[in-house]
Ligand binder design. Structure first.
Ligand SMILES: *[C@@H]1O[C@H](CO)[C@@H](O)[C@H](O)[C@H]1NC(C)=O
Ligand SMILES: *[C@@H]1O[C@H](CO)[C@@H](O)[C@H](O)[C@H]1NC(C)=O
Ligand SMILES: *[C@@H]1O[C@H](CO)[C@@H](O)[C@H](O)[C@H]1NC(C)=O
Ligand SMILES: *[C@@H]1O[C@H](CO)[C@@H](O)[C@H](O)[C@H]1NC(C)=O
Ligand SMILES: *[C@@H]1O[C@H](CO)[C@@H](O)[C@H](O)[C@H]1NC(C)=O
Ligand SMILES: *[C@@H]1O[C@H](CO)[C@@H](O)[C@H](O)[C@H]1NC(C)=O
Length: 466
């Protein structure tokens, strides 16, 4: 890929104060935007949850409510149209590109809109151009994907139709309703701007990687036969998706992204395979995932477990965690359709577990340590953690609130390290470890941990797009 076109930034997804009837008094709830994930709907619908996940369940309910209060989302909300003049077309701006107006021969000051099309744009790698968020389809999509995921999970956990109705409403607004729907392409994603930058670029395909979350949420409602998930909406979303898959598998920039050797390629496969599963094309999804595991995957993990294409980037801790999340998502998508890839190896003989085991030996430094946490729990849940090393790593690195993290619900079995409750403010006599309150009697406090949780995931209140 072209240097400087791929990027990474962090943004606060959502920090909202809201009064939850069951959680008085007011707590600031910070919603974590995991890099990506896919959740087996049958696991969720079985509701056969270990009782160590009760706090994660509470977190999910709270995040569902926080996100739902902010929706719905739509491409129509942007205040500037793409070159087609049609706001229904998804649009975003490449984040590291800046205008150079020194040679445009202007006689009066240019308006922002004039600058966007008149001045040549140049890449300043790693330097985020803040006006990129003037157009926020990407942020709206990520919020929408999280809202769908957490509300579908909340419906499964709680059973209230409020949550399933939220999912249906958010899907309808973003994808289907004639006045608000997105057209079925990313032709204007990550435009570089300027006279030669009025088309999308391949890195923009990454903007919609969290389709895997959307699909997870929809499958929960569909397979759980939620009344609010009607056959009309199901059919309409399938039609939308079939058209979009056609674009995603034929457009020049989409195919360039598919060929990206690093995390961009990995995430492309997340998106395509999830959508193929959504429309019932499991054979196509299997072929898609096989392609990933016989191409990119084979060179992404070195003999020592490092991911050299990510380590070479500006923020190696982030990029290793990021690509791991994408690899794990591909593996979970595979598992859902009966394609077991967890033991597949790179050409250096290494598995996803080896990549994780290497990543957790390295210090985060100035980067965000929490990005690795869901990967550790996911790997421990799949490959096992007989000696408790991963659970200990979580306790040491994530702290004693980690069982209250939402993903702790669906990355099971994974030990809660015997924590009584995820609340560092509570002391326990006799049995405390240095970093956690240990469980002695099975008592468990529910929903008491929000302030601590907010601190623990504070560093992780990330919307990471890289
Ligand atoms: C975004 O668009 C939807 C659909 O039109 C609308 O309901 C929502 O209020 C808009 N959000 C904002 C922040 O304008
Ligand atoms: C355009 O020209 C004006 C007047 O010469 C100058 O002040 C300004 O910096 C130039 N650039 C832009 C982007 O307006
Ligand atoms: C679902 O949540 C509502 C509102 O908090 C609560 O009143 C209800 O008891 C919950 N239902 C279940 C089955 O947990
Ligand atoms: C933008 O992309 C479309 C579709 O690939 C192409 O037809 C068009 O020529 C491109 N425009 C520019 C200005 O490059
Ligand atoms: C990997 O292969 C071994 C040996 O066949 C098997 O016991 C194990 O369950 C596999 N692990 C995963 C995660 O599939
Ligand atoms: C969870 O369930 C196990 C097995 O039934 C029980 O021993 C334990 O006390 C329970 N723990 C909590 C916190 O309810």
């Amino acid at each position: 890929m072209r240097p400087g076109t791929s990027f990474s930034f962090t943004a606060v997804l959502s920090v909202a104060s809201l009064l939850l009837s069951q959680l008085a008094p007011v707590h600031a709830v910070t919603v974590t935007n995991y890099a990506n994930d896919f959740i087996d709907p049958q696991y969720v619908l079985s509701k056969d949850f270990s009782n160590i996940t009760v706090e994660a369940q509470d977190t999910i309910i709270s995040w569902a409510q926080t996100m739902a209060a902010q929706g719905p989302w739509s491409v129509m909300n942007k205040t500037y149209a793409p070159p087609t003049g049609n706001k229904h077309d998804y649009m975003s701006w490449a984040p590291y590109w800046w205008p150079d107006c020194s040679n445009v021969g202007n006689t009066t000051e240019l308006t922002p809109e004039e600058i966007w099309v008149t001045c040549p744009y140049v890449s300043r790698d790693g330097l985020f151009n803040p006006d990129g968020r003037t157009i926020n389809d990407i942020g709206e999509f990520e919020d929408m994907a999280n809202a769908i995921l957490y509300n579908a999970l909340a419906w499964a956990i709680n059973g209230s139709s409020v949550y399933s109705a939220n999912v249906a409403r958010f899907v309808n607004t973003w994808f289907l309703a004639a006045d608000t729907a997105m057209t079925t392409n990313l032709a204007y994603a990550q435009m570089e701007r300027g006279p030669n930058g009025q088309n999308g670029t391949h890195t923009g395909i990454l903007d919609l990687k969290c389709m895997a979350k959307v699909v997870s949420g929809v499958l929960i409602l569909r397979e759980g036969k939620a009344a609010e998930w009607t056959s009309d909406i199901d059919t309409a979303l399938n039609s939308w998706t079939t058209e979009y898959i056609s674009w995603l598998t034929t457009a020049k920039i989409a195919l360039e992204e598919k060929a990206a050797t690093n995390n961009h390629g990995t995430f492309y496969y997340n998106q395509l395979a999830a959508l193929q599963i959504l429309v019932g094309d499991n054979a196509g999804a299997k072929k898609t995932l096989e392609e990933y595991f016989t191409t990119q995957y084979t060179w992404q993990i070195a003999a020592n477990g490092d991911q050299p294409l990510e380590t070479a980037r500006t923020r190696p801790y982030h990029y290793r965690a990021y690509n791991l999340a994408a690899m794990i998502t591909n593996a979970k998508l595979g598992a859902y359709i009966g394609y077991d890839v967890w033991n597949l190896t790179s050409k250096n003989g290494k598995t996803i577990k080896d990549a994780l085991d290497y990543a957790i030996t390295l210090p985060a430094g100035k980067e965000t340590a929490s990005e690795l946490w869901p990967n550790v729990v996911a790997v421990g849940a799949v490959y096992g953690d007989a000696d408790g090393a991963y659970a200990k790593w979580m306790l040491d690195n994530a702290g004693n609130t980690y069982p209250a993290d939402a993903q702790f619900l669906w990355n099971q079995p994974f030990s809660d390290s015997g924590l009584v409750k995820a609340d560092a403010t509570t002391t326990s006599s006799g049995s405390s470890s240095t970093s956690g309150v240990r469980q002695e009697d099975g008592a468990r406090s529910i929903g008491a941990s929000w302030n601590v949780l907010a601190m623990a995931v504070g560093a992780a209140m990330l919307a990471v797009f890289a």
